[in-house]
Design a protein around this ligand. Sequence first.
Ligand code: UD1
Length: 338
Amino acid sequence: MKILLTGGAGFIATHTCVELMEAGHEAVIVDNYVNSQPEAVRRVEEIVGRPVKTYEADVCDKDAMNRIFDENEFDAVIHFAGLKAVGESVSIPLRYYRNNLDSTLTLCEVMAAHGCKRLVFSSSATVYGVPDEVPLREDMFCKGCTNPYGWTKYMIEKILMSVVTADPSWSVVLLRYFNPIGAHASGRIGEDPTGIPNNLMPYITKVAAGQLEKLTVMGNDYHTHDGTGVRDYIHVVDLAKGHVKACDYAAAHQGCEIINLGTGVGYSVLDIVHAFNKANGLNIPYVIGPRRPGDVDACFADPRKAKELLGWEATKTLEDMCRDSWNWQRNNPKGYHS
Ligand code: UD1
């Protein structure tokens, strides 16, 4: 299949691009590099040994998107593009709503006008909000999100469901990601956050590299086995392979499916610190600090639907995730600017 990846230069998208191409698909990237680097695409080309057709454009720019669709006949689109920093979304909500919703609306209009009706969307477990129970199943009622970023994912899910209701010949897969970490085994592509990382694993790897002094464990009074927050960490290469399966599924079915991409196993913050130390022979200094607003006790997937519908399940271990995260950081101390 010929597949367009919006936001194709990002962390999850670059790993997906590699897996798609290695599975024999043709991937085309559109990215405005607002939060990514052209170097990331160059590294993908290096890994797969082939050029990747890339457009520098904003998905909100309808003329540019029309031109891209005029020049290519896409079998499917994976929509990764979007602003994604939770804290920033609280301070500049309108930018988040405008960008994430507008880009999706523009994309769907351009797709419909060009007769391309297969779409895989990067949603997030954040749409489950504060869960009543875990593991999280796709059919659970989502009571509401804790920040504007999460609401954009929630609203986009609703928009795409409405598109399918109005025209059931569309095929939409809403992938709810849990916590992607790790990096490609080559150490050539990985997560490259700007500034001080908000997320746990990039923070740990920067402490390991000596770029940050110590980790603050945000809260140790949660209702979990050691008091620290529990999440479902998934290796980004497993996650990427889930996208390849989702594209296959979209090609063979019509309608809309919500699918969790997680491992089904929850690890606490301290579990991660200990696993990281063990896998890499390091000793990450940490202190216990206050809770971060909006954080929940535990969030992990029921991954059965992905297995049933896509024939996909995560195979990499926490050790793999810790080793590959550090391998990427160690080899690229300044990310793609190294
Ligand atoms: C966060 C976002 C989620 C987004 C996801 C993307 C929030 C509330 N949620 O998920 O919407 O989809 O990132 O990957 O921000 N922690 C520390 N110290 C740190 C950083 C994190 O103790 O310096 C803890 C957190 O309290 C949490 C766990 O580590 O218990 C994971 O945090 P993080 O990596 O930020 O992911 P989430 O909060 O689960």
